[in-house]
Design a protein around this ligand. Structure first.
Ligand SMILES: C[S@@+](CC[C@H](N)C(=O)[O-])C[C@H]1O[C@@H](n2cnc3c(N)ncnc32)[C@H](O)[C@@H]1O
Length: 348
């Protein structure tokens, strides 16, 4: 079987499906909506797509060729064999998202659908050399067995090449350690993996909207110096860190000289409108332009219709002096997106 198909599968957050469909209609009108379940949407292209067709979509954290429908694990194994892939084959088995991150019912843990599928796959494909759920290498083909429900399967193939596409379902499975004061730790860790932001120990990072301190914990753990600006209460464990300074004010009342002479990273994670977050960081990006490496922004989409403004948000971040800007919805983002912008110095 050749690695071509008119169908594209995408994996997104529960609730983001309409925003994803709108984004596809705007940026790739040759793709027409075909099928969807919460957290999973497929599209049909007018032309055959190859495994190297590249669609950069903010709301699809993973996309790839959608293969013909399969009804069972033996069906999956048969189609996998027909692909004639050589060497150990990287197979990712994962479930579509079932809940909005942070809104999972008590006691929910993913794996109820994919666990039995993995066990059956090991039995049915014992003669094949499969490596199930190991992170893919750059450029490697990944065959995915996606669980849309218990014993409800979909098959996709993609090339691992960017962002989080190396991990099953583009989810690296970051968890919140007990020392981290908030889930913002998980979001930032995912954002750093996705963006490959070149943070260096001793860099100075300033975060606007820093309380209680999950993101600060992630930065401090990497050896950065951190200034947090937030009128809210910081976790005492963060306040005790020698490389941490808290400014208990709103961003509008802080002026660049109060921070430092040189700042490498500006972060924003405030529960305010996107325009407020972007204009807040603007004047600091200008003030620190000679030392700035980049901006890492968590932007809340208080209403889904704000997703229409993402292209202009990206332009806004570019106008802050960023040479490369990209945006995504990370696996643990709520109704929000992550934008990373890097200055020319960061890309050297
Ligand atoms: C999602 S929480 C931030 C979580 C934090 N990044 C962490 O790592 O734990 C949003 C924060 O934005 C802060 N915030 C809202 N408006 C602000 C403003 N104008 N200036 C500074 N902080 C603000 C709130 O006080 C709140 O602590």
């Amino acid at each position: 079987m050749s690695l071509q198909s008119p169908f594209l599968f995408t994996v997104c957050q529960v609730g983001a499906e309409p925003a994803l469909k709108k984004e596809v209609a705007r940026d790739f009108p040759q793709l027409k909506f075909a099928y969807s379940r919460p957290g999973f949407v497929t599209f049909k292209s007018a032309e055959l797509l190859s495994v190297d067709s590249d669609f950069q979509l903010v709301f699809a954290r993973l996309s790839g060729l959608s293969m013909p429908k399969i009804a069972s694990i033996p069906d999956f194994v048969k189609t996998l064999q027909s692909l004639n892939l050589s060497g150990p084959i990287c197979v990712h088995v994962f479930e579509r998202d079932q809940h909005i991150p942070g809104e999972e019912p008590k006691g929910f843990a993913s794996g109820e659908w994919s666990g039995p599928a993995i066990e059956e796959l090991r039995v049915q494909a014992s003669s094949l050399s499969l490596e199930i759920n190991r992170p893919a290498q750059a450029g490697e083909l990944v065959v995915s067995l996606i669980l849309l429900g218990p014993q409800e399967y979909w098959m996709g193939v993609h090339r691992a090449r960017a962002g989080l596409s190396f991990y099953p379902g583009a989810n690296p499975g970051v968890t919140q350690p007990k020392e981290a004061p908030s889930r913002a730790f998980v979001k930032l860790e995912e954002g750093l993996l996705w963006s490959k932001a070149p943070l260096q120990a001793k860099d100075l990072a300033v975060e606007f909207g820093s309380a209680p301190g999950g993101a600060s914990y992630s930065l401090l753990k990497r050896g950065l110096r951190v200034i947090g600006v937030d009128p809210g209460k910081m976790d005492p464990r963060i306040l005790e860190e020698k490389n941490y300074r808290h400014i208990s004010k709103t961003v509008a009342t802080v002026f660049p000289p109060e921070l430092s002479q040189s700042v490498q990273w500006l972060l924003v994670d405030m529960n305010v409108k996107p325009s407020v977050s972007l204009f807040a960081v603007d004047r600091f990006a200008v003030a620190f332009k000679s030392s700035l490496q980049g901006v890492l922004l968590t932007i809340k989409l208080n209403e889904w219709k704000m997703a229409d403004e993402i292209p202009s948000m990206i332009e806004h971040v570019r106008s802050m002096g960023m040479s490369r800007v990209k945006a995504t919805q990370l696996p643990s983002n709520g109704q929000e997106i992550f934008i990373a912008g890097f200055t020319r110095q960061a890309l050297l």
